[in-house]
Design a protein around this ligand. Sequence first.
Ligand code: UFG
Length: 339
Amino acid sequence: MRVLVTGATGYIGSHTVVELLERGHDVIGVDDFSASVPSVQGTIEQISGQPMTLVQLDLRHRDGVDALIGSVQPDALIHFAGRKFVGESVSDPIQYYGRNVTASINLAEACQRHGVDQIIFSSSCTVYGEATILPVSEANPIMPVSPYGRSKAMTESVLSDLAAAWDDLSVLALRYFNPIGAHPAGILGEVPIGEPNNLLPYVMQVARGERPELSVFGDDYPTPDGTCIRDYVHVVDIAKAHAIALDYTTRYRGFEAMNLGTGVGRSVLEVIRAARDVTARPIPYRIVERRPGDAARVYAQAKRASYHLDWEADPDLHRMIADHWRFERSLSSERRLAS
Ligand code: UFG
């Protein structure tokens, strides 16, 4: 298939492009390089042994999006591009509604105009907000608690409404839990910009000695060791789900959402212990105040993806961290500074 991938040089986008190229798809990537670098294209091509096309575009520009989709005429769109930090979305909501919602509306409108009737959308478990029923299934209410979460939920609504109005359209929203890890080749992974927001990138930088210690945000949660529990899932498993999902969206019509997680919850202290095992580094940490907005426990029920996509994520936390660590160690300080 001819697949247009937005956010193609970003963390999950780049791993998905590798999977698509390895399965023989023709990939046209688009990115504005606001959170990635164009040289990721070379890494993707090196791992997959296949060429891809890469276009620079800010998806908030409606005419540019329309021209791109009109000229590429893809069979399917996989839409990753967007901002993803909860805290940043609270302080700069307009950026999130612009980059995440306006951009998605532009894409949806251009897909409708040019007859692109298969869309896979990069959503997040953040759409559930404070999950009250665990594990979190797709039947949980959609109650996002941040502008970031609302930007994902709004985009799902736009796509769902479009699917209701346009009989031929097939939309699959994939709701990721906590993607970590890197491609096992050791040259493709996430390069955080500045101080990492997420747990594992921070842990890795402490392991490398670039930061003195990790702050653990609270140990008084109602969990066995008092630290928050999350469902960490390997980025390559997430990427594979998108490649499989292309077959699924060819077969059915309408809007559907699926969780992508392992179903296994891990505490922050469990992650630190696993990272110490993998890296053989001390990884000092200090317990600090809770981070506002953190839920105590979030982990997925991913039966729907298992049933419809025949997809399951490997819950081996050590393997995820080992792949992440291999990539971290390959990163030159120039590359880190350039990001
Ligand atoms: N944590 C720390 N110290 C840190 C960073 C994180 O203790 O320096 C803890 C957090 O408090 C949380 C856990 O590690 O308990 C995981 O935190 P992350 O920031 O890695 O991930 P979140 O679960 O907060 O957020 C992730 C994605 C978001 C998404 C959200 C949905 O990063 O994009 O899941 O729940 F919105």
